[in-house]
Design a protein around this ligand. Structure first.
Ligand code: HEC
Ligand code: HEC
Length: 328
């Protein structure tokens, strides 16, 4: 072989080695995109704490995911003494993922007592934990990065700082390769605060904001058997929620405005009853639906939420019935 050909081949070889190295680095080493936690300071006045409490309990319902709950009771109430102390969601069936939502109480060892306000805000809106780990997007940070303004974020932190400290370590989420690789691409630094949340006087804008911030999508969008959202099926239902101790499962309803298979034929009162009393239109108790949190929304906010739901385009999708064995 001529020398030049050899040299070209060697060059190609080196380029391939470099490319493979780059891919490996990307796959295994690349941390999520993040920035140093911003310097922020939560207020401590009673009004801010009350606004934060409203968001944490009744809109974003952070405590519904971040507390041990009793799923045998409709509305998923928090187990006594465990408010905000973290939750082990268990293994995702059929996937190498074990999800655990952190302890948000001010306990200094197991909670966020030792976190700065900026670190809590970065985790909540940018998906990066105190130690730089990218968070599993069941934590709705991709929503919060677009809906929680600096003001809302700081009110939320103001309230979290007032929770009773509870010593409880729910453990750390574990995700194995290759899913871990895809997850690293999700967190993104925030370059500007989202705008302040719309005021209740702008009913539809407020309703759309509530619908997003309450993560109704995360349970009501249709997904395939790998839990990936199906395009064009927003709010069309069908996601399955197995209940603890073999008590069956709930299936998320189609809440699009389709008259036959969604809630298009529901009166506002029917929808309000689902949010306030946890009853389907047919009168059944709703399980896995965190209505007991949304129940505390103001009447104005519920009306706005319902108005925004009415705008959801109709999608005909028949959802099989839930099959729950009530607790004896
Ligand atoms: C749908 C369920 C859900 C909701 C609602 C939710 N979270 Fe989370 N959150 C999680 C899960 C699950 C994790 C753990 C993700 C991981 O470790 O990869 C998490 C992680 C976090 C973390 C990082 C904890 C740590 O130790 O790294 C913070 C902070 C946090 N959430 C704050 C909030 C706040 C504030 C709200 C409300 C505005 C909220 N979360 C709402 C599920 C949720
Ligand atoms: C954690 C998952 C989850 C979240 C978040 C959630 N839902 Fe649900 N929802 C469900 C499930 C599951 C059902 C069906 C329960 C059953 O059949 O036992 C349901 C049922 C309903 C129903 C009753 C419809 C019927 O079948 O009569 C309405 C209305 C509803 N949800 C609206 C909402 C709205 C609005 C939001 C946001 C504010 C929301 N849901 C958030 C899981 C969720």
């Amino acid at each position: 072989m001529k020398k030049t050909v050899k040299r070209v081949l060697a060059g190609v070889g080196a380029a391939i080695v470099l490319a493979i190295t780059a891919v490996i680095v990307n796959f295994y080493v690349l941390s999520p995109k993040s920035r140093p936690a911003p310097v922020m300071s939560a207020p401590t006045n009673a009004e801010a704490i009350a606004r934060g409490r409203y968001l944490v309990h009744h809109v974003a319902a952070c405590v519904g995911c971040h507390s041990q709950i009793d799923d045998a009771v409709p509305g998923e109430p928090v187990v006594e003494g465990k408010l905000g102390a973290g939750r082990d969601f268990g293994e995702v069936p059929g996937s190498p993922v074990h999800i655990r939502a952190g302890n948000l109480t001010p306990d200094s060892e197991t909670g966020i007592g030792g976190w700065t306000d900026g670190e809590v805000a970065r985790a909540t809106r940018e998906g990066v934990s105190k130690n730089g780990r990218g968070l599993f997007p069941q934590m709705p940070y991709t929503t919060y990065r677009e809906t929680l303004s600096d003001g809302d974020m700081l009110d939320i932190i103001a309230y979290l700082r007032t929770l009773e400290p509870v010593k409880n370590d729910p453990g750390t989420t574990s995700v194995s390769f290759p899913i871990s690789m895809f997850l690293r691409a999700v967190p993104k630094p925030l370059d500007a605060s989202p705008p302040p949340s719309p005021s209740p006087s702008d009913k539809l804008a407020r309703g759309r904001w509530l619908l997003r911030t309450a993560s109704c999508n995360d349970c009501h969008d249709s997904v395939d058997d790998k839990m990936r959202k199906i395009d064009g099926m927003a709010f069309a239902g069908g996601m399955k929620f197995p209940l603890a101790n073999g008590r069956g499962y709930a299936i998320a309803s189609n809440i699009t405005s389709d008259k036959a298979t969604g809630i298009g034929a529901y009166s506002d009162e029917d929808v309000r009853r689902a949010l306030e009393e946890g009853k389907g239109k047919d009168g059944r108790d709703l399980y896995a639906m965190p209505w007991s949190y949304y129940k505390g929304m103001t009447k104005e906010d519920k009306d706005a939420l319902i108005a925004a739901l009415r705008e959801v385009p109709p999608i005909a999708n028949i959802v099989p019935p839930s099959a729950v064995t009530a607790k004896k």
